[in-house]
Design a protein around this ligand. Structure first.
Ligand code: HEM
Length: 426
């Protein structure tokens, strides 16, 4: 097939492409055995197969589960991990990774002992999977990145997935024998095993289950940790503006302000600045003829800076910006259409619309885990590390991923914001 690349970069064009039934995410059609570490996972499926898998996984993101995660589980994780690690010189990327991987593992069904070592190991696994997930933007040898990911998935299986699977099989045996009525944990692995016992073959291939669990672990933590760093990129004023001391104070005090900063950051620095699609047949979309086999690049970063949609200074970081009633502040950064991010409410909470900001948020509003991290971290007196600077991850062309994001915590315990010296740009 010919490999033309067509770029679409306006909001409406991109949305049209994301909803088009003949533009797929299946850019790599090789099997796992042929070297594709992502073969068969939700994000690469297309059409009815994708619909069926998504229908099976959507219940993991039901409102009650989201509320429980945000209001009960995550505050404990935040208190635990921050008390243990947020002191002195800290890498914000790894801190955000450790915080978000706990909940990602819980949703995926990956058991661990909660120690700092295991959380760091899991997030190290995530970093490898994240390279394979961004494979079309990887600048180095893509074959090597994919081979390393396959090796990593084998380790991940041996050390985490298989032991987690065995534990769940024992629970299901006991339930079937009537020895316990323990309801299944609402996690992906347990649901998949249940389904297998019911005679459905969706996850009959154990190695596919490992990849899907890996997708959930990675999807649920890497983008959140990177977005956390991107928020502090703006709050510390590393975009050249100088420290935004007022916003640092506001986010520490008010979760809604923290959420606005997260959404504005996502708009300006999407973790997937360019979504990719493949024309499965000759397609007419966005007023263009797209021949079968063409690649389509959807430039969300550009569309998210459209002055007609986001105001006259679309390149500025302005979480208080006014947007239209039918627009969301995060723009296209969670995608749209059938592949729209399944975890968007986990990470970003509920979208902030102009009406909501004008009329006040509804009771039961979710702020999202990234905003809660931002708030808790700002409240601990975080500032740029005077000894080392953040380092962008240049192994991909995305430009919104960090390798290192060193910060300093001066206070172990949260103090009133006004009594702390403010962060200075490093
Ligand atoms: C700030 C955080 C996050 C960002 C910016 C983000 C971004 C995205 C984007 C842009 C897509 C669509 C890509 C495309 O259509 O080409 C996507 C899909 C996806 N995301 Fe997220 N995501 C985030 C958090 C999460 C979380 C917390 C999970 C939880 C498991 C998750 C799991 C997924 C999955 C499984 C897909 C594939 C969905 C499908 O293909 O049907 N993401 N994400």
């Amino acid at each position: 097939m010919a490999e033309n690349q067509i770029v679409l970069d306006t909001y409406d064009e991109i949305r049209e492409a994301l909803y088009h039934p003949d533009l797929s995410r299946s850019l790599d059609k090789r099997s796992f055995e042929e070297g594709n570490p992502r073969a068969g996972i939700l994000s690469l499926l297309h059409g009815d197969e994708h619909k069926e898998r998504r229908r099976f996984e959507n219940p993991l993101f039901r409102r009650e589960a989201l509320v429980q995660y945000e209001q009960e589980l995550f505050p404990k994780v935040l208190a635990d991990v921050l008390t243990r690690t947020a002191v002195g010189h800290v890498d914000l990327l790894n801190l955000g990774g450790a915080l978000s991987v706990v909940l990602a593992a819980r949703r995926a069904g990956v058991d661990h002992d909660g120690s700092a070592e295991q959380l760091a190991e899991l997030f190290d696994h995530v970093k490898v999977i994240a390279q394979a997930a961004a494979i079309l933007d990887v600048v180095a040898d893509r074959g090597r990145v994919q081979a390393e990911t396959i090796q990593l998935l084998n380790e991940f299986d041996k050390n985490y997935v298989t032991p987690s699977r065995r534990r769940r099989e024992r629970i299901l045996d006991a339930v079937e024998a009537g020895e316990t009525d323990e309801a299944a944990l609402p996690d992906l692995l347990m649901r998949a095993l249940w389904r297998l016992r019911a005679g459905d073959d969706m996850f009959v291939d154990h190695s596919l289950l490992v990849r899907e669990v890996g997708l959930f672990l990675h999807g649920g933590s890497h983008t959140s940790a990177q977005t956390l760093c991107n928020v502090f990129f703006y709050l510390f004023g590393l975009d050249g503006s100088g420290p935004r001391t007022d916003w640092l104070r506001r986010v520490a005090e008010d979760p809604l302000d923290a959420q606005k900063c997260v959404h504005e950051t996502l708009r300006l620095r999407p973790t997937t600045p360019e979504m990719k699609r493949l024309a499965e047949r000759d397609v007419e979309a966005a007023g263009k003829r797209i021949p079968r086999g063409s690649r389509v690049a959807l430039d969300a970063r550009k569309a998210n800076r459209d002055p007609n949609l986001f105001g006259e200074q679309p390149h500025e970081f302005d979480p208080d910006r006014e947007i239209g009633d039918d627009m969301v502040l995060w723009g296209l950064s969670f995608g749209a259409g059938p592949h729209i991010c399944i975890g968007r409410s986990v990470a970003g909470g509920f979208p902030l619309t102009a009406t909501m900001l004008r009329e006040g948020i509804a009771p039961g509003h979710l702020y999202g885990l990234v905003a809660l991290m931002v708030q808790a971290i700002a409240a601990r007196g975080v500032r740029p590390d005077p000894q080392s600077k953040p380092e962008l991850d240049r192994r991909t062309t995305r430009g919104t991923r960090w390798l290192l994001f060193p910060v300093m915590f001066l206070d172990r315990d949260a103090q009133p914001v006004g009594e702390r010296p403010m962060a200075r740009s490093g």
